[in-house]
Design a protein around this ligand. Structure first.
Ligand code: NDP
Length: 310
């Protein structure tokens, strides 16, 4: 079996940043790209909140640059997804979707979180053309426009609030007759004149010739009251939760009830020596490219120290 010193699982900002640090420390990390090469950012368009790019930067260009920078310092990038992990004792054993297996002294888990979608075919059709799961990333493009946010939790309320600072009108589509969000967030959206909450409403589909131009909705109350209608919108935002990609590590590392990996204090340490978690898989709160990169840096430094001391 192939024996490695450093494996990084995931190729978003956390994974690439960890690779840059580990590579510069002289250990050649192997990055497995995972589910979404380049990470979640590649599902958006322009990134305007990553410092250093006053005009913004194309998300794919940014990730390509990080990839090249990681390769410059010796990272090898492989296109597979980890499907099994045995972290019981070092060296740790990882199995990939092509059937290959490796043994490694250290692991950076940077597998990210996947935004949940409703599962409508139209979401795929209009992804990047009016459908987004990140208001912070894409909200800016909806200045003075009309948008809809799906969800009734804190994220949905926060995103609706944020979008209301840009858009002229925000519909909040909530499937239940009440919001699940904290009292303070509920109060904010209810008092916001730009936000209209559509309770007991579900999305049937989207339509539009040039990207999203409208949403088809159904309002249901009880058994008999059902009303189908359409609304003109320019953007459709999902805020129905994220699923951290941590399933295969759960027997070995601590996770919260949603599956986010719980690390020790303000470090990326998982409690398993040589195994670190960075980026969205361990971050239920911020989920930004820059925070992921920062925790990737921490993990990279930790791995370098760990390997130096072996
Ligand atoms: P939540 O799980 O709290 O809420 C998800 C929302 O999406 C619920 O209203 C749920 O509806 C709805 N939903 C789920 N699936 C569907 C579906 N298929 N169709 C329509 N609606 C759907 O997720 P959040 O991301 O909002 O929050 C996650 C955690 O992070 C929470 O603990 C939250 O408090 C926390 N958080 C805290 C923040 C803060 O404090 N500033 C900011 C953001 C998040 P239903 O209620 O019917 O299940």
């Amino acid at each position: 079996m192939e024996k490695l010193k450093s494996v990084i699982l995931g190729s978003g900002p956390a994974g690439y940043t960890a690779a840059i640090y580990i590579g510069r420390a002289g250990f050649k990390p192997v990055i497995y790209e995972g589910l979404q090469p380049g990470g979640q950012l590649t599902t958006t368009t322009i990134v305007e909140n990553f410092p250093g790019f006053p005009e913004g930067i194309d998300a794919n260009e940014l990730m390509e640059a990080m990839r090249k920078q990681a390769e410059t310092f010796g990272a090898e990038i492989r296109p597979h997804i980890a499907v099994k992990a045995d972290l019981s004792v070092a060296p740790y054993r990882l199995t990939f979707d092509d059937g290959s297996e490796v043994e490694t002294q250290s692991v950076v888990i940077a597998t990210g979180a996947t935004a949940k979608y409703l599962g409508l075919p139209d979401e795929e059709k209009y992804k990047g053309e009016g459908v987004s799961a990140c208001a912070t990333c894409d909200g800016f493009f909806y200045r003075k426009k009309v948008v809809a946010v799906v969800g009734g939790g804190d994220t949905a309320c926060e995103e609706a609030e944020y979008l209301s600072t840009l858009a002229n009108k925000v519909y909040l589509i909530v499937r239940k007759p009440f919001l699940r969000a904290s009292e303070i967030m509920q109060a904010r959206v209810k008092q916001n004149p730009k936000i209209e909450i559509l309770f007991e409403t579900n999305t049937l589909g989207l339509f539009g010739e040039n990207g999203v131009e409208g949403v088809r909705l159904v309002y249901r109350k009880g058994e008999t009251d059902e009303r189908r209608y359409e609304l003109a919108i320019d953007g459709f935002f999902l805020a129905i939760g994220h699923q951290p990609n941590s399933a295969i590590f759960k027997p070995w590392v601590k996770t919260d009830e949603t599956g986010y990996i719980i690390t020790e204090g303000h470090t990326p340490r998982t409690g398993v020596p040589g195994v670190f978690a960075a980026g969205d898989v361990a971050d239920p709160n911020y989920r930004q490219a820059i925070t992921a990169a920062a925790s990737g840096c921490q993990a990279g430094i930790e791995v370098s120290h760990y390997l130096q001391n072996l």
